[in-house]
Design a protein around this ligand. Structure first.
Ligand code: NAD
Length: 366
């Protein structure tokens, strides 16, 4: 079958729209006609080869669409179902079997390997040469894709498919860090470092959880203004103010909960110092392996704080994403406020607007 895709051809270069061939659907795959897909920071760093998925590649890992065909062993969806596409997992390792697929022992290979586990790729170029596929099990920058069943989440048909894709990664990451890991109680205080798509999702989740002191920290004033509109009670520009001092002042001694979405070593250390006694912080921002943070273990021991490292909001996508959609439909999790839509043909503008901070969560629509 011929399909249209945005292909990462060379390191650091804009994606190129071209026609590719899609191969035969495997027994454990679902063929999905994409309606829309989010664009995430991770797509950009793989395009730039910070993570070495082999190029050329079809990236994209926040897809939403309609099932066109199912492999012979697929049981979770049928033709015509509406689906969100999320991260892959093997289903049989100790993490998956314990209910933590985000820590699947094969996640790296399944998400970034650029091929099925047998080495084949779903896409090929006009001369027959392979093009990497199965990025996060899905490669959603394509009009039609063959997706691993474990990346597929069935959703109700009464929610617009052109906004839900980012629930598959960025939004469930921020929301899950709060709702699945920190679980703030009503009336609690929380500080969120970095107010991009992931941080704003954490913020919306904190509002939902009835935290009453919600502090947004960023270095860009326009982001902080947006955070106030979305429910922050206080903002701190950490370029001009001492974030730790201000958080401890606002919370009279330290926040109950904290999320670091920056992946910045210095900010991680600030997060530990912003927590009050018995506080709980979560790191979700990605940093290059080898990044070390200057944490004051001498002072922190006495505080009894907990720090969690959180992938994909600790979620089981097949149960968590439908819950987030129900909360959206009930008016309690307005994640659509983070989304701006672009035509698929303008995908490189969507990348540029995400990088410049102009857009919180770009979604390209087919
Ligand atoms: P983003 O670039 O939209 O947002 C990052 C925000 O942090 C920006 O608003 C930026 O101004 C702010 N920031 C940068 N440096 C700062 C500093 N020193 N102090 C305060 N604020 C600072 O990115 P995003 O899409 O929200 O993603 C956030 C991070 O989460 C990325 O690193 C991404 O790779 C990662 N991520 C992790 C997971 C996971 O499973 N853990 C999943 C998805 C994304």
């Amino acid at each position: 079958m011929k399909i249209n895709a945005a292909v990462a051809l060379k390191k650091g270069e804009p994606l190129v729209l071209r026609e590719l061939s899609l191969d035969e659907l495997r027994s454990d795959e679902v063929q999905v006609r994409l309606v829309a897909t989010g664009v995430c920071h991770t797509d950009a760093i793989v395009r730039d080869q910070v993570y070495p998925t082999p190029l050329p590649a079809v990236l994209g890992h926040e897809g939403a669409g309609i099932v066109e065909a199912v492999g012979t062993s697929v049981t979770s969806v049928e033709v015509g179902d509406h689906v969100v596409l999320s991260f892959p997992s093997c289903g049989v390792c100790s993490s998956c079997l314990s209910g933590y697929p985000a820590y699947c022992l094969d996640l790296n290979a399944l998400a970034f390997g650029g091929a099925r586990t047998d080495g084949s790729t779903a896409f090929s170029d006009e001369d027959g040469s392979p093009v990497s596929s199965h990025f996060f099990g899905q490669s959603s920058f394509a009009s039609v894709s063959n997706v691993a069943e474990r990346s597929v989440v069935k959703i109700s048909k009464d929610v617009p498919l052109d906004i839900v894709g980012p629930l598959g990664c960025g939004i469930q990451t921020g929301a899950g860090a709060v709702l699945n890991v920190l679980e703030p109680e009503a009336g609690s205080s929380i500080v969120i470092f970095g107010t991009g798509a992931v941080g704003m999702s954490a913020l919306l989740a904190a509002v939902l959880a009835n935290s009453t002191t919600i502090i947004a920290v960023d270095i860009v004033d326009s982001r902080l203004e947006r955070a106030m509109q979305l429910g922050a009670t206080h903002t701190i520009n950490s370029k001009t103010e001492d974030a730790v001092e201000r958080v401890r002042e606002i919370t009279a001694g330290g926040a109950n909960y904290a999320v670091d979405t920056t992946g910045n070593a210095r900010v991680f250390a600030q997060m530990t110092k912003s927590l009050g006694t018995l506080g709980h912080g979560a790191l979700v921002g990605a940093a290059a392996p080898g990044t070390e943070s200057p944490v004051d273990i001498g002072s922190l021991l006495l505080t009894g704080i907990t720090i969690s490292m959180v992938i994909e909001g600790d979620s089981v996508p097949q149960t968590f994403i439908p819950k987030l959609i129900s909360l959206y439909q009930a008016g309690r999790f307005p994640f659509d406020k983070l989304v701006k839509k672009y035509d698929f043909a303008d995908i490189n503008t969507a990348f540029a607007d995400s990088e410049s901070g102009e857009t919180l969560k770009p979604v390209v629509v087919f």
